[in-house]
Every structure is written in structure tokens, then in C-alpha cells.
Design a protein around this ligand. Sequence first.
Ligand code: FES
Ligand SMILES: [Fe+2]
Length: 420
Amino acid sequence: MLTTTDNEYLVRVGPGTPMGTLLRRFWMPAIISTELAEPDCAPVRVKILCEELVAWRNTDGSVGLMQNACPHRGASLFFGRNEENGLRCVYHGWKFDTEGQCVDMPNEPAESNFKHKIKVAAYPTEEAGGVIWAYMGPLEHKPVLPRPEWTLVPPEQRVVSKYHQENNWVQGLEGGIDSSHVGFLHSTVASHRGDYTGASFMGLVARDNAPEFRVATTDFGLLIGARRKIDDASDYWRVTPYTLPFYTVIPNGPNQESHFSGHGWVPMDDENVWLLSYSWSPTQPMSDFGEKPGHPAHYTPMQPGTRKPRQSRDNDYEIDREDQKHKTYTGINNGSMQDRAIQETMGAIFDRTKEHLGSADTAIIMMRRTLMKLSRDLESGVEPYAAAHGELLTVRSAGFIAPAGVSFVEASEPIVRQNR
Ligand code: FES
Ligand SMILES: [Fe+2]
């Protein structure tokens, strides 16, 4: 449970809020590269950390990101003309470069130097892993771009996508690090009947629906281990890295390391989040893994012309009660939509004074503490170490069977940090 004050402290990310200030020390994965597919293409609206922005790809291929409201009289630059290395407002023709500097002011006398005085906040961007990243914090603290493994592999070895979800980012992240929901929300009726007994992933999960959680604090965030007992001599461990400020990698079945998937919960504002999904193979093209390789989130059908999934609150996520009786635990098709249904319908910002946390919620408690501590430290002048050490984000998840009694941190760290 959190007090109302702590809940507000944890979830709100607008300019000037403590958590918003902390997040602005990290690079934000703001736009999928294909949204700005080519030089001089149409600009896009970007809402991130409660800021209304516009992004465009310059004639030279670089990406500009600045406030959407034109500094002249507030027209939306989304309607602007993207031409000759700048974005021109269609109201009176003012033109801006990627630094936010006004470079042309055709409705003022030619001899006027007014344009030199007009410069608005524009955020630095960099491109990696099929994503345009933005740094929205103070420039003197701008770190090098983090390079999670999915950004380091060749394009054919990854799939990246995003969709809009209508709830606070922390709520999504809590679902991502909550290994105990997997054996319920994403399970099947058959698994609860005990039909799965093999060494398959679902078989192992189904054996023990009350895993024991161990959580270790690390330099990148947390290492979250869920131990399911297989027999007296061995355990199945699912180890999820939580990397600051809002990323996870999903644990695979035992020793399955051919490809990985994970998510980032990028706050649009306090009540909306971009679910960023990435799947990658360290060694081979993703097309080796079938027609729809990687996480089901990539293949979510959208409402036409939007990044909002068709399965939504308005249609109860297309729940099928017959299917729920006989097949899936939820009756909702697509694992990602199962998460979305639950996270959105808790309310945009869940009132955490009303929750009752048990031992299965240890990781959630520690994640909140980690973020709040970093934020309080920053308020007292201590910079977040992980923000300046993006290399720490280069982690994988781990799934393995180990003899009972091993230290999960010792067993999983070499896999997670890829330093075998
Ligand atoms: S409002 Fe943009 S140029 Fe006037
Ligand atoms: Fe889930």
C-alpha cells in the first residue's frame, strides 16, 4: 500500500514533478523510426512526459523534436510544412530548425532581426534499434545513448513496435515485473486441470502457481527471481531484469536463449503510456521464428489509422465467455490484450491506498522503492548512476532449471549480463 502522497509522487511525470525530473535524466524511446520513414515526410505529434511535441525528419535525415505550439501565436506545428531542413508553421510561415531556432520569419520586414531572438526548447534526438530516442533533461547531464541488446543487432534480428495504452506507466510496469500473474492471466484451462506435465514453459509454470520471489538490487535496477519447485532436488527459475527507468525482458522457457522479448512503458502523460515492445535474436534473423516472430504485442490489430488496439475497454477487449470456460483463463485473445485489459480497467491511476500486497508482490514493492529513492536522491542533488551508464541496459532475461538451494543471483547474473 502507498499513501496518497507517495502514490502521487510515484506516478506523476509532468515538467517540474520529482519523478518527471528523474525520468528526464534518461533517454526516452520516443518514436518508432518508421513513423518518420524518410526525409521531409509528414511530421508527427509526439506526447511524452506530459509534453505536447512535434517531430519531423529533416531533409538531411536528422530528426527534430520541439514543442508543438508555434512560439509565434500557438498554431500547431503538426500542420507545418517540412521543407529544406526545417519545419515551417502554416499560419504565418515562421520556420524552425532542429535546434528550435527560428530561421525564417517571412511576415516581418526583411531587415528585422526578430527571428534571431526566437528559440524554443528542442530536444536532442538519436536513432538506434529502429527507434528515435529523445533526451528531455538538462543538457549538462546528457548521457550517452543506452544500447540495449535489441538496438545492437542487425535490423533483421529484431522486431520493434508500440501501441497506446490508457493507464499510468507505473501500472503497466508493475504488470511487467509481476511473474506471479503468468500462471493465471496468461494460462489456459488445461494448465489448471494439470494437463501440462512436461518440461514446457507452461508445464513448469503450471506445477507451482505460488512461486517464491527473490529480488536483488543491482546497478541497472532489480533482478527479480521467481522460483517454482519442480521436485525436491530442483527448481525452475524465471529471472526478469528490471532496468531503469521502465524496461523489462521477459524470461523464456528453460535454456531457451535463441530470442528474447521485452517492453518499455514510456509515459505519454500521467494517464496514458506507450507500450514499447522489442523482440530480438542475438544470432539469427527473427524470420527464423515463424510468420509472426517475437511477442504477440507486435501483431495486435489496431483501430484504423491509430496506434490504439482494436480490443479495448469499449468492447470489453472482445472477451469470449465460452473460450474462458473451456480454453483460455481469461477468454481474451492475445497475451498483450490480457495485460492491457487488466491494467486499463484498474483505472488510469490506481489508488494504491486500497491495495493489499502479499509476498508475491515483493518485486513491485522494491521497484517503487527504487524509483522513489532515486527521485528523492536527485531532489537532494545526487544524480542517478544508471542514467549516466546506459551500457547497464544491455541485459537479457534468464530461465533455467537449477539444483534446489542455488543462489539465483549467482546463477543468473552471467546470463543476464551476457558475460559468460
Ligand atoms: S502561429 Fe506560427 S507563424 Fe504564426
Ligand atoms: Fe502479462
